[in-house]
Design a protein around this ligand. Structure first.
Ligand code: RUB
Length: 274
């Protein structure tokens, strides 16, 4: 395949969520950009998923002449630091609740398991595209006990009330697509999860590479109806399929990035200083 064809395939795979999650998207976009550099390539890539500031941040760096190797090195080093911070947070017998598929979350859970922590994970299916299945598979492959819930069972899995058998989660780990001034953006469903956890006094940790920070407003992607129900159009039924939502910082206990385990405002202060 020539370079342009590979570039087009990467754009298509990002758009169709074959390549998903902020870090995988940023890495793939970087690969595509170095195959076919230039303003129009950057525009096409950014258009493929409009709620991915880390993709924008790395493409800006590439445009300024920072090498691919240097950028990729950051991802690796950031994850190693995140793993060590998350390790400190996980206690034996924890039940950690997560949503969608986040490489920052998964990487740190797998690291903790390898280093001997004993915990289990509750996760959601993450409709309509079932990224939760990918999460469950990867966790199982690493030997972690996983229990999956339909998205509508979030309160059941998290709330403490009436749970004599103690099956509720005691920590929530969410990834992020964008780290904004007033909170974070992550997969649709994340706000409900964070609110329920907050109301039940269960800590909500955002686990994310700090390069997802973005000081401006971003658009929240609205995806096609057919991902939810192909027949809807024929039946004249409207479908709304928002991909992401905003989680206000009042629901966030701490953010864990390569900069440390910080409350959200301290993270912002540090990020601005950088
Ligand atoms: C993925 C998603 C992930 C973040 C973080 O959504 O919401 O939690 O992107 O991922 P989608 P990572 O499947 O629609 O891309 O930690 O891998 O950067």
């Amino acid at each position: 395949m020539n370079k342009q064809k590979v570039f087009n395939k990467i754009v298509k795979d990002i758009k169709n969520i074959k390549i998903q999650g902020a870090r995988n998207i940023a890495k793939a976009a970087l690969k595509a950009y170095f195959l076919v550099p230039g303003k129009s390539s950057k525009k096409k890539l950014l258009f493929s998923r409009p709620t991915e500031p880390m993709m924008k941040n790395v493409l800006d760096m590439a445009e300024k002449g920072i090498s691919k190797k240097e950028i990729l090195k950051h991802f690796l080093e950031a994850q190693e630091k995140i793993n060590k911070y998350v390790f400190k947070l996980i206690k034996n017998n924890d039940i950690i609740f997560t949503h969608c598929h986040s490489t920052n979350v998964l990487g740190s859970l797998i690291y903790a398991k390898k280093k001997g922590k004993k915990f289990q994970v509750y996760n959601t299916e993450t409709r309509p595209l079932f990224q939760g299945r990918k999460t469950a598979r990867e966790l199982r492959k690493a030997g972690i006990e996983v229990t999956m819930f339909v998205d509508a069972a979030v309160a059941f899995a998290i709330e403490k009330e009436n749970k004599k058998d103690k099956i509720y989660s005691n920590k929530v780990f969410l990834g992020a697509d964008a780290l904004l001034k007033k909170g974070v953006v992550n997969k649709i469903g994340s706000k409900t999860i964070a609110k329920i956890a907050h109301d039940s006094k269960i800590p909500v940790y955002i686990i994310a590479d700090s390069w997802k920070y973005y000081p401006k407003k971003i658009n929240l992607e609205m995806r096609d109806f057919f991902e939810v129900w192909k027949k809807a159009k024929k039946l004249k039924i409207n479908i709304k399929n928002p991909a992401f939502e905003f989680i206000p910082k009042k629901y966030i206990t701490k953010i864990i990035s390569e900069l440390g385990i910080l409350d959200y405002d301290s993270f912002l202060r540090l990020k601005r200083k950088n």
